[in-house]
Unconditional design. Structure first.
Length: 313
């Protein structure tokens, strides 16, 4: 039972180490899906492991054992986990659950606020042009979502570059990138060791949108130039107004996404040949996720059998 309990707690550490390399080497769409699913699955598996550890300690308390009609002596004899470890697991479970609930509430509020902002923006179509000398552009999820571009950004780009920018922002909306980012951040809130995965996802969604724009226009160098030019324009811009927390933009610098990947890495990736689908890293990731999931299931099954044994004793 020990391996089954502790493997789901070790896998997030391993995932955190390889998050950035996966984000850099995998095709962006595959990287986003892989990292997001990994964050959710590993967070859930680690929660199950913590819950099992905490419940085994809780069941040793005479009052709890009496309520459950279990033998505390049988549980203590058959479970090698110390009471201190069980107490620590329980504390971690409560803290991470509270953090995850808070994060979920913040993300839901941000999504609702973004939807209201999108619905209230002027203009009949998807694009909303804002009178603002500060160069800026971002996509707001909603029903439908909106693309917001400032007049300062439009004046900084030529016609083709404007079309590239719009293609990038449309990719954020059509692929629902905000949901990937929010899911990865929720997983990181549930398990702090998964924060590198959330950081990597904020980078891979930008790379995904970059590659979409490159596919649409067939000119990777022109897209790279547009990304760099927009970044330089915003670098020296005056202080910007409030931007919705759910916004995703060409530069990736949003209040809710402070750890987004740097622009130079994206430009370098666009100047390189198109990324290829790599099956080996995907297969290795799948093995880790399956191992963590099966271990969490095995730990829960062992706890059930232990409690049955304690009830019979």
């Amino acid at each position: 039972m020990q391996l089954a309990m502790f493997l789901p707690l070790l896998c997030p550490v391993l995932a955190g180490v390889f998050a950035r390399p996966l984000g850099n080497r995998l095709e962006p769409r595959a990287a986003t899906w892989t990292l997001t699913i990994s964050a959710v699955v590993l967070a859930a598996a680690s929660w199950v492991a913590l819950a099992v550890l905490a419940l085994t300690g809780l069941a040793r308390i005479p009052l709890v054992a009496d309520l459950g009609h279990w033998s505390a002596a049988v549980i203590q004899h058959n479970d090698p986990v110390s009471l201190g470890i069980a107490a620590a697991a329980g504390l971690l479970l409560v803290v991470t659950a509270a953090t995850a609930v808070r994060m979920l509430w913040r993300r839901l509020r941000a999504l609702l606020a973004a939807g209201l902002d999108a619905a209230c923006m002027p203009g009949p179509d998807q694009l909303a042009v804002m009178e603002d000398p500060a160069p800026d552009a971002y996509a707001i999820p909603g029903l439908p979502g909106r693309i917001v571009v400032s007049t300062g950004m439009l004046s900084s780009l030529d016609t083709t570059e404007r079309d590239i920018l719009l293609a990038h922002e449309r990719a954020h909306l059509t692929a629902h990138h905000y949901l990937f980012v929010a899911s990865a951040q929720l997983g990181a809130a549930a398990n702090p060791f998964l924060r590198p995965l959330a950081t990597a996802v904020t980078y891979t969604v930008e790379r995904w949108a970059d590659e979409h724009a490159a596919t649409v226009f067939g000119d990777r160098h022109r897209v790279a130039r547009t990304v760099g030019k927009a970044a330089l324009a915003t670098k020296h811009a005056p202080a910007r107004r409030r931007i919705p927390a759910a916004a995703l933009g060409l530069i990736g610098r949003r209040d809710a996404l402070k750890s987004a990947g740097p622009v130079p890495r994206r430009v370098a990736a666009l100047l390189a040949p198109p990324p290829e689908l790599r099956l080996l890293p995907l297969a290795a990731t799948a093995v880790v996720l399956i191992a963590a999931g099966l271990s969490a299931f095995d730990a829960a099954r062992d706890l059930h059998l232990l409690l049955e044994l304690a009830g019979a004793g």
